[in-house]
Design a protein around this ligand. Structure first.
Ligand code: AMP
Length: 192
């Protein structure tokens, strides 16, 4: 049985860095996948699919549902450790519903928690515009990414709150504090 945790948060919330550090600290038990990194890796491969993905990422829009679900499915299938962390997913109600269906159809994956790393708009903006990762870190694209992030958030929060799975974490502290907090939650819930 794979124990799944989702880590969501605004662009610049630090979700990928946090999840990566937790996986690095628990290499025997935890594996981490960043949805954004997986999609960017497909772009970097130079494939036709990558070209399609790039057009969405560069404008700060969501990559189409089937592509994202395929990406997530593959990640979960190839995960060879007890605890699987996926950050940057779900980012829409349809993704959330597709995952829910996937979980219902699979006896092998258990969703144990959805951790939301919460930061203010100002912090998100400062961090994203300061890092210069690529075309999607320009100011106008940042505003679109924030809009795309926020629009489905209330529905996503409500859905996982009703399942008693949503945990909000204050992402405005030091990385050390945030990571310690998330790691504790994961270890307790996964009993590792
Ligand atoms: P991130 O690295 O999480 O900031 O994601 C960068 C970009 O990758 C986003 O702006 C989207 O274009 C794309 N992306 C990442 N995660 C998803 C997702 N769950 N659904 C659709 N697109 C995504």
């Amino acid at each position: 049985m794979k124990k799944l945790f989702l880590i969501i948060g605004a662009p610049g919330s630090g979700k990928t860095t946090d999840a990566q550090l937790i996986a690095e600290r628990n290499p025997d038990k935890v594996v981490h996948y960043s949805t954004g990194d997986l999609l960017r890796a497909e772009v970097a491969s130079g494939s036709e699919l990558g070209q399609t993905i790039k057009s969405y990422i560069d404008n700060g829009n969501l990559v189409p549902l089937e592509i994202v679900i395929d990406t997530i499915k593959k990640a979960i299938e190839e995960a060879d450790r007890e605890v699987v962390l996926i950050d940057g997913f779900p980012r829409s109600v349809e993704q959330m519903e597709a995952l829910d269906q996937m979980l219902k159809n699979s006896g092998d994956i258990q969703l144990l928690g959805v951790i939301e790393v919460v930061v203010s708009d100002e912090t998100a903006k400062e961090r994203v515009l300061g890092r210069g990762r690529g075309a999607d870190d320009r100011e106008e694209v940042f505003y679109n990414r924030m809009k795309v992030f926020k629009e489905p958030l209330p529905a996503i929060e409500q859905f996982y709150t009703a399942q008693n799975k949503l945990i909000k974490v204050d992402g405005e502290r030091t990385i050390e504090e945030i990571v310690a907090d998330i790691e504790k939650i994961i270890k307790e819930k996964a009993q590792i």
